[in-house]
Design a protein around this ligand. Structure first.
Ligand SMILES: [Fe+2]
Length: 248
């Protein structure tokens, strides 16, 4: 899977064309992938939104990733793309069948999710446990972007006890003014709370900002720490190793 390529691994992207609010067509996907390669990325998980109105699931995403891989290969863009998905939890989620979960590489080991509420939802802990009950490690995408957490950031203190990992977004780190989400992202980076950093790229128009965010992370905590969050830990998603496991 690594194919001898060693570089940053993007764990969160809407790179697949035309299936959510990400890249609109294959040309935009290729443009974005080329820019990511220039920035040091060799691999990217494609994590489209798993929303009921989009009908994205493990079976539909995998062939689309294969098609994108062929297009990247034909265009001479040296990037490996892999399947994944960004689930959204809601009231119905704790009753959802585990076979409907979309996991990194369809490996059933790690899954990323988000939610968009103004207060911590009553189904939050039950949703985390529901993912865990299927033997899957849950990861919350970009807590710094979620209003319920911005207004009550201490809830993140409980995540280790819940067994929940968190992913930082490059877009928040690219904010040019001191927004609440930038302040939280900086704080949690400095406190070494994140397991991953992802671009959450949605298209070519905001990619420069996200890559500025990558440089900001490096300036803030150093390349060694950013490498851990953009390569060492993402490797565990590819290889299916537990979060605390060392490389073989
Ligand atoms: Fe996303």
């Amino acid at each position: 899977m690594l194919d001898g390529m060693v570089g940053r691994i993007d764990v969160h992207s809407h790179l697949l064309p035309g299936i959510d609010d990400g890249c609109e067509d294959i040309d935009e996907s290729i443009t974005c992938a080329r820019r990511m390669v220039e920035a040091g990325y060799t691999h990217s998980f494609c994590t489209p939104h798993i929303w009921s109105n989009l009908c994205n699931n493990s079976e539909t995403i995998a062939p689309r990733v294969q098609n994108l891989q062929k297009a990247l290969d034909d265009a001479g863009v040296p990037m490996i793309v892999m399947p994944g998905g960004e689930m959204t939890i809601n009231r119905a989620f704790p009753g959802q069948q585990a076979c409907d979960f979309v996991t990194y590489n369809n490996a059933g080991k790690y899954a990323i999710f988000d939610f968009w509420t103004h207060e911590m939802p009553p189904f939050f802990a039950a949703s985390v446990r529901h993912i865990q009950s299927a033997g899957i490690q849950p990861i919350l995408a970009h807590p710094e972007r979620i209003y319920a957490i911005q207004t009550e950031p201490r809830v993140v203190d409980e995540f280790p006890t819940l067994g929940l990992l968190i992913q930082c977004n490059l877009e928040c780190l690219g904010d040019e003014t001191r927004t609440p989400r930038l302040a939280l992202a900086e704080r949690w980076l400095l406190e070494d709370r994140y397991f991953l950093i992802g671009s959450d790229l949605h298209g070519a128009d905001t990619l420069d900002k996200r890559l500025r965010g990558l440089q900001h992370a490096i300036d803030l905590v150093g390349e060694e720490q950013v490498w851990k969050l953009t390569h060492t830990n993402p490797l565990k998603l590819i290889e299916g190793r537990p979060p605390g496991a060392q490389a073989p």
